[in-house]
Design a protein. Structure first.
Length: 274
């Protein structure tokens, strides 16, 4: 088990390796902290893990989420209006990890971490049992301070690559990252899509020439059929908006939790490529 001050990068790596050893992709679920409430958000994370997610990304709600589409922006607005704080995000990580033993990451824009203090944030995330951070808007060339503290606390630093990333740039990004590489399958924002295109397959292929890290694909997967398509070529399938949408549309939280657990089970079957 991890000590109080060591993050769970190793747990993340072994979880992804275990999925690969089972000849399947890992299912990575995204949910914002504080949505629909802090307690409700913790229950939602537990529900996707109970359904079969391997890894969860807990979103740190932000007032200007540049990568996120309308569904996640709506959830972030609800969380921010509810007064969600970084302490609540860390509590979400801690309670989800303690309840399940699964690797839990935080997905966050850089500004809140910078304001909070990199040293403080990495120390507290590690103490909460977190596995690391996905940092969609932190340029690699400006990431040295973050990476130093993340490494000190055994936390993954997950960078996002996109179809627009040139090969030389891909190599720079993947060399600096740890845990896995987040491949954004489409240009633009998150959300559910009808199909997850050839751009994603090509991006994974190009990324793999630069790194041995697992490559997980996000942006656009919302059902088992799409999960199966992505699982054919990626090490992990990342699903966010589809879960958030179920909670937004549910008449009450228990109904929403049942729905996200059920979707997680469907997706978990999908990534098994049967």
């Amino acid at each position: 088990m991890s000590t109080a001050h060591t993050g769970n990068l190793d747990l993340l790596s072994t979880t992804l390796a275990k999925a690969r050893s089972e000849d399947r992709a890992a299912l990575v679920a995204y949910l914002p902290a504080g949505f629909p409430t802090v307690d409700g958000g913790i229950d939602a994370v537990k529900a996707v893990l109970a359904g079969g997610a391997d890894v969860v990304e807990v979103g740190l709600p932000h007032s200007d989420p540049v990568l996120d589409g309308a569904i996640i922006q709506t959830a972030d607005d609800i969380a921010l209006r509810g007064g969600v704080k970084i302490a609540d995000v860390l509590r979400t990580v801690r309670e989800a990890y303690e309840a399940t033993g699964a690797p839990i990451l935080v997905m966050t824009y850089w500004n809140p971490v910078d304001r909070y203090g990199v040293e403080r944030f990495t120390a507290e995330l590690a103490a909460a049992g977190g596995a690391g951070c996905i940092l969609p808007d932190l340029p690699v060339q400006e990431s040295a301070l973050w990476r130093e503290h993340a490494a000190k606390h055994n936390l993954a630093t997950v960078f996002v690559v996109a179809p627009s990333s040139q090969d030389a740039r891909l190599a720079t990004i993947t060399a600096a990252g740890s845990g896995f590489v987040y491949a954004a399958s489409l240009m633009g924002v998150t959300g559910t899509r009808e199909s997850v295109g050839t751009e994603a397959r090509d991006l994974v292929r190009r990324t793999r020439t630069t790194t041995d890290l697992p490559v997980c694909v996000g942006l656009g997967v919302s059902n088992a059929r799409q999960a199966r398509q992505v699982a054919e070529f990626a090490d992990g399938v990342i699903v966010g908006s589809a879960f958030v949408k179920l909670i937004l549309e549910a008449p009450d939280l228990p109904t929403g939790l049942t729905a996200v657990q059920s979707l997680a089970a469907d997706l978990a079957a999908g990534v098994r490529r049967t």
